[in-house]
Design a protein around this ligand. Structure first.
Ligand SMILES: NC(=O)c1ccc[n+]([C@@H]2O[C@H](COP(=O)([O-])OP(=O)(O)OC[C@H]3O[C@@H](n4cnc5c(N)ncnc54)[C@H](OP(=O)(O)O)[C@@H]3O)[C@@H](O)[C@H]2O)c1
Length: 245
């Protein structure tokens, strides 16, 4: 059974990505940093449908914790074959003059540093096996350039550019790297989102609806599959046509 690590999978998009990978036959390490009940619920749901999953508690922005976390996954499930870099911390928005370098570093830790250190930890093994998959969860904000959000937008932009470089470097070794780029997908943290803002957003979506976490998860499952082995260095926007190419 192939092993997937989904970072930040105790709720939100990560929880549904983990679930769908479990349904597709992956053994899933459900990573999280704080919400043990949430992660356990995701694990139980996967096990309840006959799948294999374990909770994997470690902070992706802690270099030492990453090593310990991957060791624990290897012991419980075997070596990781797929990393889905999905975890995110708080995403504060503020006018430019209120932003500091630290507000940028905070985002880069999640979207550049964590994916880099996770990949470096597994790469010797992937190289030896000539296989491995990275799927980075990006955002349409890179194309849209949302204002008051330079910290997050630039880190997601860096994640996209980094994925392209990694894809070219690793393609000869049978390893693929792709980005799934969601539009606004309501998850638990959007429960109190302004309804008017959501309607305004839908007005800009050619498909005329909000996306669902399943829309994202199904794209991840496809890119992780054998059928997608010739796809690398790509960004798949899953946003009902809001951004084009
Ligand atoms: N939802 C959207 O509309 C949307 C749109 C575009 C892009 N995205 C991207 O999609 C991804 C998921 O977003 P989401 O909306 O599902 O976020 P979310 O609901 O806030 O979930 C974030 C997850 O990350 C975990 N996490 C936080 N800090 C962590 C750490 N240090 N180490 C490991 N895990 C950590 C959280 O669990 P714990 O609290 O248990 O640690 C939680 O499971 C993000 O990369 C986001 O930028 C989302």
């Amino acid at each position: 059974m192939k092993v997937a690590l989904v970072t930040g999978a105790s709720r939100g998009l990560g929880a549904v990505i983990a679930r769908e990978l479990g349904s597709a036959g992956w053994a899933v390490a459900v990573n999280y940093a704080n919400d043990t009940d949430g992660a356990n619920a995701v694990v139980e749901r996967i096990r309840g449908t006959g799948g294999t999953a374990i909770p994997a508690k470690f902070s992706v922005i802690d270099s030492e914790a990453i090593k310990r976390g991957l060791d624990a996954i290897r012991t419980a499930l075997g070596p990781v074959d797929l990393i889905v870099n999905n975890a995110t911390g708080p995403q504060p928005q503020m006018p430019l003059m209120e932003q500091s370098w630290l507000t940028y570093v905070d985002q880069l830790e999640f979207f550049v540093k964590a994916p880099l250190e996770l990949l470096q930890a597994v790469l010797p093994d992937w190289r030896a096996r000539r296989s491995g998959r990275v799927i980075n969860i990006g955002s349409e904000v890179v194309e849209l350039g949302n204002p008051n959000f330079g910290n997050y937008v630039s880190a997601k932009g860096a994640m996209l550019a980094m994925s392209r470089s990694w894809a070219r470097e690793l393609a000869p070794e049978g390893i693929t790297v792709n980005v799934v780029s969601p539009g606004w997908i309501p998850v638990e943290r959007h429960a109190s989102a302004d309804k008017a803002a959501m309607q305004a957003y839908i007005g800009e979506v050619p498909a005329g609806r909000m996306g669902s976490p399943e829309d994202i998860a199904h794209t991840v499952v496809f890119l992780a599959s054998e059928q997608a082995s010739f796809i690398t260095g790509q960004k798949v926007a899953v946003n009902g046509g809001r951004t084009l190419l």
